[in-house]
Ligand binder design. Sequence first.
Ligand SMILES: Cc1cc2nc3c(=O)[nH]c(=O)nc-3n(C[C@H](O)[C@H](O)[C@H](O)COP(=O)(O)OP(=O)(O)OC[C@H]3O[C@@H](n4cnc5c(N)ncnc54)[C@H](O)[C@@H]3O)c2cc1C
Length: 407
Amino acid sequence: MRDKDCQVVISGAGPAGAILGLLLARAGIETKLIERHEDFSREFRGELVWPSGLEPLKQIGIWEDFEKVGQVRIDRVNMFINEKPFVSPQMDSSAIGEFRPRWISQPHFLEMLVEKASAYPNFELLRNTRVRNLVRENDSVSGVVTDTRGEVSADLVVGADGRSSIVRARSGLSARADKLPMDIIWIKVPADRVEISNTMRMYVGRGRLVIMAPTFDGFVQLGFIIRKGSFKELRQLGTKGLIQEIAKYVDASTGEALRATDTDGVRPFLLSTVADRVDSWCLPGLLLIGDAAHTMSPVGGQGVNIAIRDAVVSGNCLIPALKAPNAHDALFTAAKAIETQRLEEVKFIQAQQAKAPRFLLNQSLWMRPIFSLAQKLGRGAKFDADSDPNMKTMMFGVSPVRWVAEY
Ligand SMILES: Cc1cc2nc3c(=O)[nH]c(=O)nc-3n(C[C@H](O)[C@H](O)[C@H](O)COP(=O)(O)OP(=O)(O)OC[C@H]3O[C@@H](n4cnc5c(N)ncnc54)[C@H](O)[C@@H]3O)c2cc1C
């Protein structure tokens, strides 16, 4: 009889925790996944998934289930500079390959993952349960303390509890943060007046960035990127005034459609952006993955993709270790291997993410002619991922991720 409640306890059922939970469940590992919310619609969740996040879903054999999740395929990205059209890359199979970007419903996606995992008797999802602390025994982490279920002991604790991870905080692992000059206002508005279909739009210029994307339920998601700390004045405008403000930074016909949008029931919220990375992802008995290990900024919609990739690599490394005769030592070695395999990609993408806002939100006088010139030269140019290595890595990833564990 085991003396622990399970082999692995995971804190947080975001993309990282839910995918790892499913992979472990399928491999016969006794797994408990703890989620503080009752359902997945309570938390803000990133929604853009690139080929780098989509391909691993096929590798792990859940592509057909994923296709049934609420989503919109993005066929084109229209970029504007100073409200005028710039480039308009098509995201068709000849440019992107099989895995064309999707704007997904994360709540549906996560429900699908936990439902599949729950089909295995060795897996349990504890909803509405919050991890509060870690339990330690003989210099090793040996479980978590929860608010409603007491202690849950395990051979391995995985912190996948996102940007304000309690597991990270209680582990004592140190982190380094990037200074980000921006915050983001996130607003979902009715789409009846905005012509967007399968297109994503990005409007750059005059110190602001506006992102627009279609959602599966017929709305338009707006992201208004502003300089850090400037929300105070914008909040005073109210929802209608805020949308009028956003309308100033988009093309004329979209601006008109936004001004006419019905704002009843529309609720903007401010997301303070964070980007950081722990100095080490593991301790004996503990592993951090996803935003808990490296909080991703929203730039380029990378965090969900990176979280999926972390989970697949974690499955590859942890499953054999959990089946080894001396699991304790094997697990620490496996956790180190996960960090080694994932670090290069995370560092590279975070560096790219840090560069973009410094350039895009720059309002200095010398930036204005640069934007105008770029707009004139680039207008209508065909986009080719192969000719832009940075863009290519944002779409396809940096380090190879290949699901190998067959259990
Ligand atoms: C404004 C904004 C827009 C973004 N847009 C995109 C995008 O379009 N595409 C993209 O790829 N990325 C995007 N990102 C980044 C992305 O949201 C994250 O990188 C990604 O969600 C990380 O996944 P995760 O599984 O590590 O953590 P999370 O998705 O944060 O999941 C963590 C889970 O842990 C749970 N939890 C937290 N604390 C506890 C606790 N104590 N006990 C139990 N459960 C707990 C939470 O409820 C949550 O379900 C965006 C980020 C921001 C801020």
